[in-house]
Design a protein around this ligand. Structure first.
Ligand code: ADP
Length: 388
């Protein structure tokens, strides 16, 4: 069965077509800069790669372009022959704990969640609406970033705020990157030859957006992102944890508007805020003091989360790195693991090779590097939903 996965962002559509019998990628298409003067489409199938510049006004045109390419290269005639289309939806709120068949009522709920994730859910919804028009009879399934964290205990997801804030306004920790943490958990189980239900793991998804997750017996029991994807680790442009009073100070004492503060927290902070760069490769190559400082602040925050999650979990089977930084930046992994307590020890040479296992033989906990694949996880969730 062929399954398409659509990850629709505000100005991009990431598309992958899988043949699920062998979990093989048949085509990978990325449409970027939608709505700009000149959009770019990157197309990969088999061992062929091309990129095309054209005007793509909106998501509708973006999907049209994708269908045209698939048809031109005789990969797929139209979307109606697909077994299912899986959609990434960032925020599922408290309504969605698993992959869900999209119907009118689900659409309304995803729409109602836009204020909780304005940058993401609106764009996700746009992709769904266009795909439904293109393939009205194909099952379309929403896979939520928040779903994997939906079994966190109340003491993990509740903030110590006036309880009404939760009861009335649903202000709580939701957690994100769930599809990635879930995929990594399953891969870890495969490599350790254990059942996911036996595993206690700390997963570290370190990319432009970063989050840590404490997984106990296969269930996310805590995660660093919160009500929004701003909380937690130091990220490319996001600050992660700060004293909330700083936000009030910026508004009251510095006279900044809500939008200005929002821009500072989400776009001008994190690595870029400290050293002016958010590309980890450029930061690692730089001799500037602030580049080193940015790395130190980021690493220290990750260490603190590992320590906290070890305390929560008691026994930890593996600490797993993933995401663009987690998978590739051996120096970051080395610094994170330096002088970690409890007999956890990295093997420098395995680490430099980005090996699957990078812990030393005598390390009390396995340290691993696993490439994430959120699109494949979404396709697998679709198969599970269809009961195939
Ligand atoms: P996103 O959150 O946008 O999906 P990615 O998971 O692709 O982000 O991660 C992007 C980050 O990974 C960037 O900071 C990039 O510099 C970093 N990265 C990618 N490749 C390498 C590498 N070889 N060495 C160090 N950092 C890398």
């Amino acid at each position: 069965m062929n399954i398409a996965v659509i990850n629709s962002g505000s100005s991009s559509i990431k598309f992958q077509l899988f043949c699920m019998e062998k979990e093989e990628v048949l085509a990978h298409i990325l449409v970027e800069k939608i709505g700009e003067f000149s959009s770019e489409t990157f197309f990969e199938y088999g061992d062929k790669k091309t990129s095309i510049r054209s005007v793509i006004k909106n998501h509708h045109d973006g999907l049209e372009k994708i269908i045209a390419l698939l048809s031109e290269y005789e990969i797929l005639k139209d979307f109606s022959s697909l077994g299912a289309i899986g959609h990434r939806v960032v925020h599922g709120g408290e309504d969605f704990q698993k992959a869900t068949l999209i119907n009118e009522s689900v659409l309304k709920k995803i729409e109602a969640l836009i204020p909780l994730a304005p940058l993401h859910n609106e764009a996700n919804l746009e992709g769904i609406l266009v795909a439904r028009k293109k393939a009205p009879f194909t099952p379309q399934i929403a896979v939520f970033d928040t779903a994997f964290h939906s079994h966190m205990p109340k003491e993990a997801f509740l903030y110590a705020l006036d309880y009404k804030m939760y009861e009335k306004y649903k202000i709580r920790r939701y957690g994100f990157h769930g599809t990635s943490h879930s995929y990594i958990l399953k891969q870890t189980a495969k490599y350790l030859q254990k059942n996911v239900k036996e595993l206690n793991v700390i997963t570290l998804h370190l990319g432009n957006g970063s989050s840590a997750c404490a997984i106990e017996k296969g269930i996310s029991i805590d995660t660093s992102m919160g009500f929004t994807p701003l909380e937690g680790l130091v990220m490319g442009t996001r600050c992660g944890d700060i004293d909330p009073e700083i936000i009030l100070y910026m508004q009251r004492a510095l006279g900044l508007s809500v939008d200005e503060v929002d821009t500072i927290l989400n776009k001008k902070s994190g690595l870029v805020g400290i050293c002016g760069k958010n590309d980890m490769r450029a930061i690692l190559a730089s001799d500037e003091e602030n580049a080193k400082l940015a790395i130190s602040i980021m690493v220290r925050r990750i260490k603190k989360y590992i320590g906290a999650y070890m305390a929560l979990l008691g026994r930890v089977d593996a600490i797993v790195f993933t995401g663009g930084i987690g998978e590739n930046a051996s120096l970051i992994r080395e610094k994170v693991m330096q002088n970690l307590a409890c007999g956890i020890e990295i093997d420098i040479s395995l680490n430099e090779k980005n090996s699957l296992f990078i812990s030393s033989k005598k390390s009390s906990v396995k340290i691993m590097v696993i490439q994430t694949n959120e699109e494949l996880e979404i396709a697998r969730e679709c198969m599970q939903f269809l009961n195939i």
